[in-house]
Structure formats: structure tokens, C-alpha cells
Design a protein around this ligand. Sequence first.
Ligand SMILES: Cc1cc2nc3c(=O)[nH]c(=O)nc-3n(C[C@H](O)[C@H](O)[C@H](O)COP(=O)(O)O)c2cc1C
Length: 231
Amino acid sequence: MKATVFHGSPRKGNTYHATKIFMDELSKNGDVEYSEFFLPKDLLVFCTGCTLCMEGLREKCPNAEFVTPIFDAVINADALIFAAPHYGACSIPASMKTLLDHLDFLVLNVSPREEIFTKKAFIITTGAGTTAAVRPIKNLLLHWGINRVYSRGIRLFTGKWDNMSNEKRAKHERALRKSANKFYNAKKRHPHLSTIFFYHMSKFILKNYVGEGNAPYELWKEKGYFKKRPF
Ligand SMILES: Cc1cc2nc3c(=O)[nH]c(=O)nc-3n(C[C@H](O)[C@H](O)[C@H](O)COP(=O)(O)O)c2cc1C
């Protein structure tokens, strides 16, 4: 299995620790080849908003130096792992948001890629409230057409993993290892309902608001997506 991992905390703290446990267990299941990206170090710049990627010109992104290796690692992976702590302002660290902005063009109504439809993804988050951090990442991935998105939120009330009691640490470790085993063995399934819904919404938007001669409409026409759901 090829797995691409995005470490979304600016420090190697709780989320990194949780992710390493998950990766360790994943590797016990078989041969897992990892590509790891550390944010913000591996994507030091914000999206400039030029929209070139949305016009099918992703190679011309002003930040291509950072984005191309990330894009290639996403396309070539069987599994994607997104790790991000919960931050109060807009749920996730800015570095993770910056990553998602740079890959936003992969959504079905812009520049979908067939390679994406067979992939599975896992989101790891830590903090007192965890679902809020999972939600924005999961929604976007389902709108890319990722086949299945799983998650594990580690609810903790300390900035340091080792400050937790032995029982708490053992409980979180067990949960992460269980999730890793389930994730490794997860097979491609029927697409998620929200992906199907987004496909129909995209079709409607492209037909009624984008129209012939424009990039996403022409791509959909060429690929036959208007006639048949591609996943
Ligand atoms: C800027 C900032 C904002 C945070 N906001 C929240 C929050 O709103 N809710 C929460 O549960 N934890 C919040 N936290 C705590 C972190 O989510 C928590 O300590 C997390 O485990 C840190 O992960 P890390 O060690 O991987 O960086 C915040 C931490 C930082 C640095």
C-alpha cells in the first residue's frame, strides 16, 4: 500500500504522536510505503487565488514548486492520511487549510481525477473537541470523490501526550491501532451518499451556470460524466 501522510500541526506534538501510532499499526499489516509531508514546512505559501488550476492549468500554479510533489503524491497513493489538531478558529490549523486550498480544484465540479475515485482516506485529529476538525477535511475529500473517508478523533485536554494518565494513553493507543487495522483492510465500497449528491449538484451547476466552451463543462463532456457517474 502506498500512503501519503499530511502532518498538519506545526509541531510534533499530540497529533504527530497519534499519527505515528496509527502508521506503526498500519505497517504491521503489510508493506506500506509512506510519503510524508510536514505542514507548513512543505507548503510554505498561501494559495494566490489565480484560479489557473481551476482552468485545467495546474502545472502553471505560481506555487507549483510545492504543489506539484504534493499533487503527485496524492494521485499515486492508495491511501491518504490527514492529521490535524483542532484549533478554535475555523477548526483546523492554517497550514492544513492552505493544503486544502491548493488541492481544491480536485472537486467534482471543477477538475475531477479518476484516480481519486478508488482511494480511501483517514483523518486523525486531537483536541478537546474533535468532530469540528474532521468535518471540513472530510467534506472536501468526499467532494473530490474519495471512495471512503474514515476518522479517529483523540479527545484530550493537554498539550502533551505524556501528561495523560497511563490508562488514557493506553485507551487512545488501542483505539488508533484498531482504526489502523480496519483502515488497512477496508475495501472499495459503494460511493458515499454525499459524493453522489455532490455529483448531481455539479452536473446541474455545469449545465445551467457554466455551459459549453468552458473548462469544467468541456472536461465533463469529453469524459462522458454527464451521461454516466464516473465512480
Ligand atoms: C491556536 C490553538 C488553538 C486551539 N484551539 C482549540 C480549540 O478550540 N479546541 C480544542 O479542543 N483545542 C484547541 N487547541 C488545543 C489543541 O487542539 C490540542 O492541544 C492538540 O492536541 C494539539 O495538537 P498538536 O500537539 O499536534 O499540535 C488549540 C491549540 C492551539 C495552538
